[in-house]
Write a protein that binds this ligand. Structure first.
Ligand code: FES
Length: 78
């Protein structure tokens, strides 16, 4: 498997409704931070996560977080 592409070097802060989401792990999606199917043939698969309540989340876009899909500050070490 190749390394994930760095989509951005900062997280995106979003207010999300309750529901299921698919976070892009490969970095190739044009709809960051969510999967748009661009991972095809890369060996990466999207990460599904679910929110029970409406909440603000900081989602990783550098793809180096150790706590996906949430930012853990790893972009500071790139
Ligand atoms: S486009 Fe990146 S995981 Fe689907």
């Amino acid at each position: 498997m190749n390394e994930a592409r760095v989509a951005d070097t900062k997280p995106v802060i979003l207010e999300l409704e309750p529901g299921d989401y698919w976070w892009c792990t490969c970095g190739n999606s044009a709809n960051q931070p969510f999967c748009d199917g661009a991972h095809q043939d890369t060996g990466f698969k999207p990460l599904k996560f679910s929110l029970a309540d409406k909440q603000q989340v900081a989602l990783c876009q550098c793809k180096a977080t150790q706590n996906p899909p949430r930012c853990d500050g790893s972009h500071n070490n790139l």
